[in-house]
Design a protein around this ligand. Structure first.
Ligand SMILES: [Zn+2]
Length: 428
């Protein structure tokens, strides 16, 4: 007798290259994958050969600042430092309600784009910890459809600000799960190194993960990633630590980098680049030639380091654009890093899906039997085409339920020799 399950998605392609497979879903989990499954779904979905992917994962975001662009004024210079100053002007004016509303609106955008996991830094340099309280509330509200992982981020410097360390500990006590930092913003290189040691010790003490804004500058002599790798191996934190941005690596001496990359690999420290933001914020003090502001992604990958791409900002004091589309992030990362080979382009797709899933420590993620039925059906046949087209998300599924849908783009022009409706899909 034919067995009935909740849903069968027929004739899908998978990110690993499999084609023409069916995926069965029951009770929120993937129960079978294979060609022509002899099962009947209460709901049957025809993938038409399109890519059925695990959801997008954003490894680096700032949800407390998102959608605040223009409040209280715009960033005139467009620099990182004016952005930080502007955020300090805005902070005292923040209300919990407005912050929650903006964050929830962003989560709606994210879900529509198949982005179902976000690691967000939350600024703890406000003695009220208003943003921490607000994002913990958002985390609770969105939990049924989106995983929000929070990082306690001392934006003004954990040593440079007198109350940051106490606030950071309070935020962890309240339930924030990851220890953040910003060593390049401390007063001296020595203070930066001290902050890395102190924050890694705090994480080791509490059994937490670490994700620091690290060397986010064009300074070729910034050395905090070296310290982060050292402290990670000293404290046995391998596999639990990420360095975000690492833009100074772009400007470092090549000989030094040839020593540094194996140290990062040995410590099991992951790298998180933020292509949209790095390319717009860095190189601002250059005339021409102007440096690209992104870390050495292909070289890190070749050295065996995990590299994810983050969105970082959407319409906030640092960035006026963005829409929560991780395919746009992958597209920019691919271009800035000149990762145009087939394997390199696929690595860019992994940098917004499976790689950040590992860095964040997600369980039961991925298109495999037994995992959560968290899936995105894209209007594209494979990961490279998905990036090229920034493909429509035909449907987004969370725990087996369809929570967003979008139709493919269709032209209504009458073109010679073609039907009245030209399906854009034909042009791919
Ligand atoms: Zn950031």
């Amino acid at each position: 007798m034919e067995v009935t399950v909740d849903t069968v998605i027929r004739n899908a392609s998978l990110a690993d290259g499999q084609r023409g497979v069916d995926v069965a879903v029951a009770a929120g989990r993937i129960t079978a994958i294979g060609p022509a499954l002899p099962l009947r779904g209460a709901q049957e979905i025809d993938a038409r050969g399109d890519l059925l992917s695990a959801p997008f994962v954003d490894a680096h975001f700032h949800m407390d600042a998102t959608l605040s662009y223009g409040l209280p004024r715009v960033n005139a210079s467009g620099t990182l430092l004016e952005g930080i100053a502007l955020w300090a002007e805005l902070k005292p004016q923040l209300t919990q309600q407005a912050l929650i509303e903006r964050a929830l609106q962003y989560c709606d955008w994210a879900v529509a784009r198949g982005l179902l996991v976000i690691r967000s830094h939350v600024d703890v340099c406000d003695d009220r910890l208003l943003a921490v309280e607000a994002l913990l509330e958002v985390q609770r509200q969105v939990a049924p459809y989106l995983d929000l992982q929070l990082v306690a981020f001392p934006q003004d410097g954990v040593l440079r600000s007198t109350t940051a360390l106490a606030n950071l500990r309070r935020a962890l006590d309240m339930g924030v799960e990851v220890v953040g930092g910003i060593p390049h913003f401390e007063r001296t290189m020595a203070d930066g190194a001290t902050s890395v040691r102190l924050l890694c010790e705090l994480a080791a003490e509490r059994g937490l993960m670490v994700d620091m804004h690290c060397d986010e500058s064009d300074d070729p002599l910034s050395r905090h990633i070296e310290t982060l790798a050292y402290e990670t191996q000293r404290l046995g934190l391998q596999g639990r630590v990420a360095g975000s941005h690492l833009t100074s690596m772009h400007s470092m001496d090549n000989y030094y980098v040839s020593k540094l990359l194996p140290l990062i690999r040995e410590a099991g420290v992951a790298a998180i680049a933020n292509p949209l933001i790095n390319i717009t914020l860095q190189g601002r003090h250059d005339s021409y030639p102007k440096r690209r502001g992104m870390t050495r992604v292909p070289e890190l990958l070749a050295a065996g380091v995990e590299v994810a791409f983050g969105h970082d900002c959407v319409q906030d004091p640092w960035y006026s654009l963005g829409s929560g589309d991780m395919l746009e992030v992958a597209h920019m990362g691919l271009h800035v890093a000149q990762m145009t080979g087939q394997d390199a382009m696929r690595a860019c797709y992994q940098a917004v899906t499976s790689t950040p899933a590992r860095i964040l420590g997600l369980r039961d993620y991925g298109v495999a039997v037994g995992n959560h039925a968290d899936l995105v059906l894209l209007d594209a046949p494979d990961p490279v085409a998905a990036i090229r087209l920034r493909a429509a998300r035909r449907l987004v599924m969370r725990r087996g339920k369809v929570i967003a849908e979008a139709p493919p783009a269709v032209s209504r022009l009458h073109l010679a020799g073609r039907p009245a409706q030209v399906d854009f899909r034909l042009q791919r």
